[in-house]
Design a protein around this ligand. Structure first.
Ligand SMILES: [Zn+2]
Length: 152
């Protein structure tokens, strides 16, 4: 059993590193889909190939892993230190890339919603109250955006 868990953990970590189709992203996608939202994924038309693009809402949803993207004041993010210089510099460059991406998106008139994968979605839990609260907050956010842009 222990080995199975290790394997699972390892593949979870690998998917985090690759940054594509991660479980946190799937949680958000499934939620949006269930609420009738249509989106495109990893759109190559936009800089940095954003995770989830809701064109109708002119909104980009950026799902970030707390550890690699150094979520501030987060127990999964900047509160986790590592002695590895390689990992540290990798985390720092991810933050820099995020900053540049968000600036480019905003410059092009996109709304940007950042979702922090570990603390906001608790992807390892089957059921998480925090996740429900955060996803419903996202829903509210999107509905407000639509009301702000009549005719779009
Ligand atoms: Zn976090």
């Amino acid at each position: 059993m222990a080995d199975v868990h290790d394997k699972k953990t390892r593949s979870y970590n690998m998917s985090q590193i690759k940054g594509m189709d991660t479980r946190p992203e799937m949680i958000v996608r499934k939620f949006l889909h269930a609420h009738g939202f249509r989106y495109s994924l990893h759109s190559k038309k936009l800089p940095g190939k954003p995770d989830i693009v809701l064109s109708k809402y002119k909104t980009i949803i950026d799902v970030r892993g707390c550890f690699w993207h150094l979520h501030k004041r987060c127990k999964f993010g900047d509160q986790v230190s590592t002695p590895s210089e390689k990992i540290t510099s990798r985390r720092e460059s991810a933050v820099e890339r995020d900053r540049i991406k968000v600036a480019k998106w905003k410059e092009k008139g996109w709304n940007v919603i950042v979702i922090w994968a570990e603390c906001e979605l608790e992807p390892r839990k089957k059921y998480s109250e925090g996740r429900e609260v955060n996803l419903n907050g996202l829903l509210k956010n999107l509905k407000n955006l639509k009301n702000d842009n009549p005719g779009k």
